[in-house]
Design a binder for this molecule. Structure first.
Ligand code: SF4
Ligand code: SF4
Length: 97
């Protein structure tokens, strides 16, 4: 998925919980309306390929509401912090011992 957070991308801190795919976004801003943490602000333009701006990513609590409300599959994705992506595997399953 293309990583695109708009004009504020260069200012985004390490935590970047939201990724947009502008090629799939219809610009409805349902994600903005769904977010109870006010992570998003409207972009300069509205319409296809114009998602809101994830201006306050540090406020995200990873509830997934924005992704669930998005009517265009794949337009928005939630990226969990690396430490939460860890997957514990029993050692003997890895080593066979
Ligand atoms: S995951 Fe929840 S808190 Fe984070 S941006 Fe989406 S709706 Fe807001
Ligand atoms: S809800 Fe989905 S389609 Fe609508 S603006 Fe957000 S990312 Fe784009």
């Amino acid at each position: 998925m293309k990583d695109d957070n708009g004009p504020f991308a260069a200012e985004m801190p390490a935590a970047r919980p939201i990724r947009f795919d502008r090629s799939k976004c219809i610009g409805c801003h349902a994600c903005l309306e769904a977010c109870q943490a006010d992570v998003f602000v409207p972009g300069e333009k509205r319409g296809p390929g114009q998602p809101p701006v994830a201006l306050f990513p540090g406020e995200c609590w990873y509830c997934g509401a924005c992704v669930m409300e998005c009517p265009s599959k794949g337009a928005i994705a939630l990226v969990h912090p690396l430490i939460n992506q860890a997957h514990w595997v029993e050692k003997k399953k890895l080593t066979g011992g």
